[in-house]
Ligand binder design. Structure first.
Ligand code: GLU
Length: 236
């Protein structure tokens, strides 16, 4: 695909469901294999920026909560406990490939306030210059947009735009956009390419949701709108 060939700076969004097991705990095997692939790309010369959720999942596990809480302050507290654990895993696993990571916690408002926007951009640019992989998550202590319904899809698109990325890759547990929810409707067909986000596409995206993550397909289409508005291709 030509958008891959031309890409130099890539934002990879890792949803909670991509790095957790069915029980909802962080799945180190999944994380390891993902990091192996990402390290290969990085060591080939691509600029890689990760937007990863999974803080709540890690926090729920550490606090030995029986299931993901439903109240926002509880989710925030779980994210607070889990964020450090998540970064610790990334840091240890990337080290095996000689790569360092830097944690960047952002909110959507950081992208709309000029000074905060510039500060965030400068930090990320410098991390990349130092050969470090920035690992971004929402600052769940002060913002709840992604906890409520985003699973970082919108944040990932805003980060792609903030960092002038060439490509946004959204990793998730659904293969892509389908004509219907493929887990409910076995006849659903994969739509391999979308050139324009029409009303029809937006309607198709409604109602597909992943159990653990808050990532509805609808937020992915919203992310695609933000990314493509900035001229950035997106792959689910
Ligand atoms: N920032 C949250 C996390 O890292 C967002 C995803 C979610 O709500 O599960 O877990």
């Amino acid at each position: 695909m030509s958008i891959f060939r031309k890409a130099k700076r890539i934002v990879v969004k890792i949803g909670s469901s991509t790095i957790t097991s069915e029980s909802g705990n962080l799945d180190l095997k999944k994380l390891e294999s993902l990091i192996e692939d990402i390290s290969k790309l990085k060591n080939k010369g691509f600029d890689i920026i990760l937007v990863s959720s999974g803080a709540i999942a890690a926090g729920v596990e550490r606090l030995a909560l029986l299931k993901r809480p439903t109240l926002i302050p509880e989710l925030q507290a779980a994210a607070s406990v889990g964020q450090g654990l998540l970064i610790e895993q990334y840091s240890n696993l990337f080290k095996k490939y000689g790569l360092n990571v830097g944690q960047v916690l952002l909110t959507q408002s950081d992208t709309t306030h000029r000074q905060q926007y510039l500060n965030a951009r400068n930090t990320i640019d410098k991390l990349i210059e130092f050969g470090v992989i920035p690992i971004i998550n929402e600052n769940d202590t002060t913002a709840i947009d992604e906890i409520r319904f985003g699973d970082n899809d919108t944040l990932a698109a805003l980060v792609a735009s903030l960092t002038s990325a060439d490509l946004l890759i959204i990793l998730t547990d659904i293969e892509g956009l389908f004509t219907d929810d493929p887990r409910i409707n076995k006849e659903a067909k994969l739509i391999s390419r979308v050139d324009e986000i029409t009303e029809e596409i937006e309607t198709l995206a409604c109602g597909i949701c992943s159990n653990l993550a808050v990532g509805w397909m609808v937020t992915k289409i919203e992310a695609a709108k933000v990314a493509t508005f900035s001229g950035i291709g997106m792959v689910i």
